[in-house]
Design a protein around this ligand. Structure first.
Ligand code: AMP
Length: 421
């Protein structure tokens, strides 16, 4: 017997029906927002991810040498691949370029409930739009996806990492270290690092600012603490809030949270995270923000904003809130009464399938009563019994599997009879 690798999952038909339902909600909404789908490889040159996130990222990756000696990594997210694709092939498209992708990503993490080594993301990016309208658009798509799935208890938190960067006037590597310490709320590390950089007095205000969370009034508090460094970002977040209102996202639907410091180092402006309180420790269902990666990859600066939602966790959140529709059952299970009726039964099942019904047919030549047991176990709404006598008179017997009531139905009216209410 083989076991599946640690941190991976098998998903059965019922799981997949739920996963597809959630994925479809995102895809339909993204398409309605004018995003187009792209697909990129599941593995990439390792440098694509180290260029963006620094060499430390290798610890979190599935990285290996292929037979040609090339350093390869399974993608840990979509943004790097999409930027690579944009820079090599899509740069000539009219701006903004709005792209979405769905698929598996891989991270070498310590597995636990809701945290896997292979998981599935729903990703959207806007490249080359103006920051404010683009940030509002991606936020509306992310929160709209939650609504489309029926989630009510999720909470969006919006912050601004540019504000923190302006207040930390150091080179990118030092800034990354400080932001990493802030992300982990590791204040001793923050203080030690600022002391090393000769600016220990910045630790106090930083601690205060990342603790600010609430309605728009906290923006004023942040501005007071940070002085000039906070001015632009605070103005920006006020404007963003106004724009979100027009998307049907009133301020009561999210909080400002100056403590949103995203783990990866490339964000430059607005950042956000969405949590479901029902998921315990791994409660974050999605996150994103504004960044400028084209520069890191050697292109000219171009504003970008995007997000990734974790499908696995969205499904868990939807299950906890009971918002998913049950899988659609079989409409009909077709039973030939005797093998000599199989050809007629196939004609009938084919007609039902062509009419858009979910129809299945006996494949093991069971007797009628065993077949009815099977139809019952499959939760089929109707069984269609194809017997010689009935067929001779142009009809079949249709059994309602819930009530057990059986009646003759003319073949011409079968589709309508099964479609039912
Ligand atoms: P990130 O790219 O880290 O912001 O991740 C985006 C989303 O993917 C998170 O908000 C989670 O919902 C989901 N996610 C991240 N890591 C994992 C994981 N190891 N297992 C399952 N879902 C994850």
């Amino acid at each position: 017997m083989f076991e599946r690798p640690r941190g991976t999952n098998d998903w059965g038909p019922e799981d997949m029906a739920r996963r597809r339902q959630v994925e479809r909600a995102f895809v339909e909404l993204a398409e309605s927002f004018g995003f187009g789908e792209v697909s990129t490889p599941t593995f990439e040159p390792l440098e694509l991810f180290t260029a963006k996130s620094g060499p430390g990222i290798v610890e979190e990756l599935y990285a290996f040498k292929d037979r040609g000696g090339r350093d390869i990594a399974l993608r840990p997210e979509f943004t790097g691949s999409i930027l690579r694709f944009y820079l090599s092939d899509l740069r000539g498209l009219p701006k903004p370029v709005k792209l979405y992708s769905t698929g598996p990503v891989f991270r070498y993490e310590e597995p636990q409930k809701g945290r896997y080594r292979e998981f599935y993301q729903l990703n959207a990016e806007i490249i080359g739009g103006s920051p404010l309208p683009s940030d509002a658009e991606v936020l509306a798509l992310a929160v709209g996806t939650m609504r489309a799935i029926g989630l009510k208890q999720v909470r969006a938190r919006i912050g601004h990492i540019g504000m923190l960067r302006t207040f930390l006037p150091f080179g990118p590597l030092d800034q990354a270290k400080l932001l990493h310490a802030l992300d982990k709320r590791n204040f001793p590390a923050l203080e030690a690092e600022l002391a090393r950089l000769g600016r220990p007095e910045l630790a106090g205000p930083m601690r205060k600012v990342v603790g600010l969370t609430g309605d728009a009034s906290i923006l004023e508090e942040a501005r007071e603490i940070l002085g000039g460094a906070g001015k632009e970002a605070v103005g920006y977040l006020h404007e963003l809030s106004e724009m979100l209102y027009h998307y049907g996202l009133p301020a009561s639907d999210y909080r400002f949270d100056m403590g949103v410091v995203r783990g990866l180092d490339y964000y430059t402006g607005m950042v956000f995270e969405i949590d479901s309180p029902n998921l315990g420790a791994e409660k974050q269902v999605g996150g994103g923000g504004a960044y400028d990666l084209a520069q890191v990859f050697g292109g000219e600066p171009v504003p970008q904003t995007g997000f990734a939602l974790g499908l696995d966790r969205l499904v868990m959140a939807a299950e906890a809130e009971g918002t998913l529709a049950p899988a659609r059952p079989l409409d009909a299970y077709v039973i030939p009464i005797g093998d000599h009726m199989r050809g007629r039964a196939v004609d009938i099942v084919s007609t039902l399938r062509a009419a858009g019904l979910r129809a299945d047919i006996d494949l093991v030549s069971r007797g009628p009563s065993k077949n009815l047991d099977y139809a019952n176990a499959m939760h089929a709404r109707y069984a269609v019994l194809v017997g010689e006598r009935e067929i001779a008179s142009g009809s079949v017997a249709v059994r309602d599997m819930k009530t057990g009531v059986q009646r003759g139905v003319a073949l011409q009216t079968l589709v309508a009879a099964l479609r039912g209410p």
